[in-house]
Write a protein that binds this ligand. Structure first.
Ligand code: FRU
Length: 492
């Protein structure tokens, strides 16, 4: 890192140290989800495993919990449960990334880590910042040990992108296939359609534009964070599109994230089929996958969203931090759909197992793991709640219900138009689900992940319950007795 970068790092260390007290005593601080040491976090970046060590980099604005200039922060772990913060490896210290080290990915080859990212530059002046006034530079940094990072190499600049694109091009995801490397970049075209750019290389440094991956009809104006990957023998293109019209059961958030199945060989022309949303909750964006050393496809996403009002009212801001990542999820292909389920490593964090009977409220720890089997013929512990087939209330604040057709996740204390309560102004999210056999809820102080049917449908949501409302209630004629574990209990 150059002198300008080192100076920034010194300031970051000071900011992190100064924020510690506030962050540590925040009741909504997370116990097993990755959150920023100080300030703001967004996308997961550079996910990989090298020599047994998992690396999670992330978009990091350490000076302000409401965001700002972007750096990469870095966490490492050997087991996906004990994480160590490893500082800031990338700072905006060059001309070509001076307005921010934006998102990117990692490729491991011969024990070397190749990190690709977008160097964001915003020029000063009277520009629209769409077709003028910005640079999107694609940059490479290598690391042999995962701790020290080499010089930045500028690979692609505005001149290397096709003429029918605006200057919104970013988030390189790189992978190897046969004797080649491929890079996908997300983009916004001049006709205001989102699309992905595919590049090819033999040496990871010289890249040639191959083709565009998109759909015939406009599907949003910008595609961020593309990810082209193969799992279960099938190829998928994941992305975070912006500008999709909101529907009753789809695209309920300002922006969404989902995937197309890739029909045909992406190198020769292919069709993108059946876009499916990854997640139906309030907070999910910019997911990234990687293959770990045991061959699993794992996914981590930002459990948050850009450009929403909550980013100014989330209660953790007062404590000096904002946002978190989801837990790592194993991705499994099933009939062209991708199921997501928490990595089994997390089960090591479970405390003593407890049975939960339908209709009987229990105390739940701030972090817990709950599994409720569902039986449409009527559960053993059926409670007499009228009209309710399945209802799970968490901390008296958040309720998940299912009526046999539609699942609804709602904040029980929401007041229309007011950013108060456990949801800070959010109300409900809905999904059509024709059958439920099981619901698993992984809750961590202020972040909840609900997995229906082993990850067929998932809801990820931040919530901010009061400390004295830690009741959990499973009800409904379909609910059977469940099991509950406290997570991450402090040992005496
Ligand atoms: C997605 C995103 C990326 C960009 C990064 C900047 O949330 O907008 O497209 O690289 O965040 O932090």
């Amino acid at each position: 890192m150059n002198e300008a970068g080192l100076q920034m790092i010194r300031k970051i260390r000071e900011a992190e140290a100064a924020a510690q007290e506030g962050v540590q005593k925040d009741p909504w601080r997370l116990k097993f989800h990755l959150m920023p040491p100080a300030g703001w976090l967004n996308d997961p970046n550079g996910l990989c495993q090298m020599n047994g060590v998992y690396h999670v980099f992330f978009q990091y604005s350490p000076f302000d919990p409401c965001g700002g200039e972007k750096f990469w922060g870095h966490y490492t772990s050997r087991n996906l449960t004990d994480w160590e913060y490893a500082g800031v490896p990338l700072a905006p210290d060059e001309q070509f990334d001076r307005s921010g080290v934006y998102s990117g990915s990692c490729l491991i080859k011969d024990g070397i880590m190749y990190l690709f990212y977008t160097g964001n530059v915003k020029l000063a002046g009277d520009f629209d910042y769409v077709t003028q006034g910005r640079e999107a530079n694609t940059v490479l940094v290598e690391s042999r040990d995962g701790r020290t990072f080499g010089d930045k190499k500028l690979l692609l600049t505005n001149r290397d992108y096709p003429a029918d694109y605006t200057l919104h091009i970013r988030d390189p995801k790189v992978f190897a296939l046969e004797d080649r490397y491929y890079m996908v970049l997300g983009g916004r075209k001049k006709n205001d359609c989102g699309a992905v750019l595919l590049y090819e290389s033999c040496d990871l440094e010289n890249w040639r534009f191959c083709r565009e991956l998109t759909v015939p009809m406009k599907f949003g104006y910008m595609w961020e964070c593309p990810d082209l990957f193969c799992t279960g023998g099938k190829w998928f293109l994941s992305l975070s599109p912006q500008g999709l019209p909101r529907k009753e059961h789809e695209f309920q958030n300002v922006y969404t994230a989902g995937y197309f199945q890739v029909n045909g060989d992406f190198r020769e022309g292919c069709r993108l089929e059946d876009f499916r949303e990854w997640d139906k909750g309030f907070d999910f964006y910019a997911p990234q996958t990687f293959t770990d050393e045991s061959g699993r496809t794992l996914l981590i996403a930002w459990a948050g969203l850009p450009d929403v009002e909550e980013e100014y009212v989330n209660p953790t801001i007062e404590s000096g931090w904002q946002h978190a990542l989801t837990v790592p999820r194993v991705i499994r292909e099933q009939n062209g759909r991708l199921l997501q389920y928490p990595v089994p490593e997390l089960e090591a964090l479970r405390g003593e197992r407890q049975e939960v009977r339908a209709g009987e409220a229990v105390y739940c720890a701030p972090a817990f793991d709950l599994i409720v089997p569902v039986d449409e013929k009527g559960g053993a512990g059926a409670s007499g709640v009228k009209d309710s087939k399945l209802s799970i209330t968490i901390a008296d604040a958040l309720r998940f219900t299912w009526d046999g057709k539609e699942a609804v996740l709602s904040f029980t204390d929401a007041v229309a138009g007011r950013q108060i309560g456990a949801g800070r102004g959010r109300t409900q999210r809905r999904a059509l689900i024709s059958g439920i056999q099981e619901v698993r809820i992984l809750a961590d102080t202020s972040l909840i992940e609900i997995y229906v049917n082993q990850g067929e449908t998932v809801f990820t949501t931040r919530f901010y319950p009061m400390e004295d409302t830690r009741r959990l209630l499973v009800e409904g004629v379909y609910a059977k007795a469940g099991v509950l574990w406290p997570m991450c209990q402090e040992t005496e």
